[in-house]
Design a binder for this molecule. Structure first.
Ligand SMILES: N[C@@H](CCC(=O)N[C@@H](CS)C(=O)NCC(=O)O)C(=O)O
Length: 214
């Protein structure tokens, strides 16, 4: 398989974690989100993803897949163990709730193109961009922290790594990058400390990617 992504992209980071958990070998194809005005906007890349966003996964059959959660659910069906979404409907709903808190409610409003619109088109200063990120991260992490009260064990949901953990880790990486104070979120910090011990999460970390710091 081939993964078109960017080292600091949280959606690419999610897919890398899932590929590693499933022990699927893949080739990384870097798409630089800033160079040349954003390589995700080139015709060549838009042919792979009309939304001009990373990641894109090319399957062994040559099929192009977009949307990190759709990709991860595909991988989960392809290689059922370890399962990232529980088979029981209620357990699955709990895991997806946490995953969507991060991937659907938080990540899109802190995405690069939103931040570029704020500072570019709307001419907001850099400080407003940072305030925007801090505001939405604290809203999302506050809610997530509360949910963990009833769901967490070693990981977000019990003692098994799930899609919720796969979606949490990249958002914590981003929050730390923008110096969000993590003190109010002891449960999130405890889960992330556990995730940081796992080889699949370590190997997926942005700094270990071939395009890191480019
Ligand atoms: N919902 C999409 C989100 C993809 C997304 O937002 N990708 C970001 C990087 S994390 C991107 O390509 N941003 C480029 C841009 O904003 O121009 C997914 O989960 O795959």
């Amino acid at each position: 398989m081939k993964l078109f992504g960017y080292w600091r992209s949280s959606a690419s980071y999610r897919v890398r974690i899932a590929l590693n958990l499933k022990e699927i070998q893949y080739e990384t194809v870097p798409v630089h989100l800033l160079k040349d005005g954003g390589q995700q906007k080139t015709d060549a890349y838009a042919a792979l993803n009309p939304a001009q966003l990373v990641p894109t996964l090319i399957t062994d059959d040559g099929v192009q897949l977009n949307q990190s959660l759709a990709i991860i659910e595909y991988l989960d069906a392809l290689v059922p163990s370890p399962a990232l979404v529980p088979k029981d409907p209620l357990g699955a709903a709990v895991v997806r709730t946490l995953a969507l808190d991060m991937a659907a409610d938080l990540q899109p409003i802190t995405n690069l193109r939103v931040l570029q619109y704020l500072t570019g088109t709307l001419k907001q200063p850099e400080a407003s961009k940072v305030a925007w990120i801090h505001h939405w991260v604290s809203q999302a992490f506050g809610a997530f922290e509360k949910r963990l009260e009833t769901t967490a064990g070693r990981y977000c949901v019990g003692d098994t790594v799930t899609l919720a953990d796969v979606c949490l880790m990249p958002q914590v990486y981003n929050a730390e990058r923008f110096a969000v104070d993590m003190t109010p979120y002891p449960r999130i910090r405890a889960v992330v400390a556990q995730l940081r011990e796992l080889p699949a999460f370590i190997q997926a970390s942005p700094e270990l990617q071939p395009d890191a710091n480019t």
